[in-house]
Write a protein that binds this ligand. Structure first.
Ligand SMILES: [Zn+2]
Length: 415
């Protein structure tokens, strides 16, 4: 085709599609108000149509920025209150809307988008960004929860985000994108599983330090913490999944040590220095509770690895141990799943498909529920169900015992 004909075809295509792009009606922000969301201060935004959004934080001064594509302000914004000093709006990317929340203190935003009528409701909650609670006595988080059959909270941590893209695969695939997609699928599965409740540490493409991830999970009273990553190697043939738990002394393998270094670097990217905290944590790590937590992490990790091994090759069959910062909660069993190699062209292709992502999420859920079926934490719905089952089994077993005696008595009588 000649350049001129090609150009005219392009112009024709533009002429046909451009009006469609221009005519897509913007979503109106029709209501905005402050509310408590899951016990945290937050903002409820109602849009007249489904929207796409991004949320991120800025420092000096502390701000939360919410960008909504193809949307405009159609209501008055409320006056600032609590941690939100002020609220401003502007135009972003020509057709989008940008809301800026000026904060009185650092906060970590979490957003949740849900359909509401013909439109959608965007919930933005603000979590206080407080120092790590690692020095608090163990089990404080669990005992603070009322003992009335609570759900088991599964904290799902999508690795990387924002300026930290993680590993890169062929065709510009980014680890941070894949991990969030798998995390969302896993959260949806957990939400549908009776007795379980998901909690996503990261709900969009923004940066979270490793400490913030742990703190968010702790604030949500997580019973387990699962960090999702994709592996990377200069060797494009390297393949398979690996599951990690924390090690107290040294890593299982040199490879694990190198990987821990790479994943832990995320914090340096955000300018957060971990060296002071590591020392404090080091003492906590010696605590018996940590040893018990690592034991639980190895157990649940083994079950997840077993489920993953049914999907394809494993890079390592056994749960590996490494000093990942993100696994260092002294009282929450924590595992890190390197799903596959994003640098392996075959696995990268798989990781991009919703079908395979769903299988990975299914496998992780299988391992986790399998573990909690056996060891339901005290006070959970699952623990109560199990206790009831055992009581009825014991009652049936008692009846069985007397029946046995009956037989024995008869045999005696026959002698
Ligand atoms: Zn990673």
């Amino acid at each position: 085709m000649s350049i001129r004909r090609m150009a005219s075809k392009w112009l024709l295509a533009l002429a046909v599609f451009w009006p469609v792009l221009l005519l897509a009606a913007p979503a109106n922000l029709v209501a905005a108000h402050f509310a408590q969301i899951h016990g945290h201060p937050g903002l409820v935004l109602d849009f007249s149509a489904p929207v796409e959004h991004r949320i991120f934080t800025l420092g000096n001064p502390n701000r939360v920025v919410i960008d909504v594509d193809n949307a405009r302000l159609a209501t008055a914004l409320p006056e600032g209150q609590g941690v939100v000093k002020d609220l401003r709006s502007g135009v972003h990317d020509r057709t989008g809307m940008r809301l800026v929340l000026d904060l009185t203190a650092r906060a970590i935003p979490r957003s949740q988008l849900q359909p509401k009528g013909a439109g959608s409701e965007l919930l933005v909650s603000l979590y206080a960004d407080k120092p790590t609670a690692a020095t608090q006595p163990v089990l404080t988080a669990a005992s603070a929860v009322p003992q009335t059959g609570r759900p088991i909270v599964v904290a799902i941590d999508a690795g990387h985000g924002g300026i930290d893209s993680g590993a890169r695969g062929p065709h510009g695939i980014l680890e941070k994108t894949i991990t969030l997609q798998i995390a969302r699928r896993l959260a949806a599965l957990v939400a549908r599983h009776p007795g379980f409740k998901p909690f996503l540490t990261r709900t969009g493409d923004y940066y979270l330090s490793l400490r913030q991830r742990i703190d968010l999970a702790r604030a949500a009273h997580a019973d387990i913490f699962i960090s999702i990553h994709c592996d990377a190697s200069h060797d494009h043939y390297a393949d398979g999944a690996t599951v990690y738990a924390l090690s107290t002394h040294g890593a299982t393998s040199e490879q694990a040590r190198l990987l821990a270094e790479r994943e832990n670097k995320s914090d340096l990217l955000g300018g957060v220095n971990l060296s002071d905290k590591s020392n404090m944590l080091a003492s906590v790590l010696l605590d018996l509770s940590q040893t018990a937590t690592i034991g639980a992490s190895l157990d649940v990790g083994g079950r997840v690895a077993h489920q993953l091994s049914r999907l394809g090759p494993m890079h390592r069959d056994d749960v590996q141990q490494a000093a990942f910062v993100v696994l260092k909660s002294p009282d929450i069993p924590s595992i890190l799943v390197e799903t596959d190699y994003i640098t392996n062209p075959h696995e990268a292709r798989l990781l991009l498909t919703s079908h395979y992502q769903q299988k990975v999420a299914d496998a992780i859920l299988g391992g986790v529920t399998n573990y909690f079926d056996q060891y339901p934490p005290a006070g959970t719905e699952l623990a109560m169900l199990k206790a009831r089952k055992q009581r009825s089994l014991a009652a049936a077993g008692g009846a069985q015992d007397s029946a046995d005696y009956g037989v024995a008595d008869r045999s005696k009588g026959n002698r």
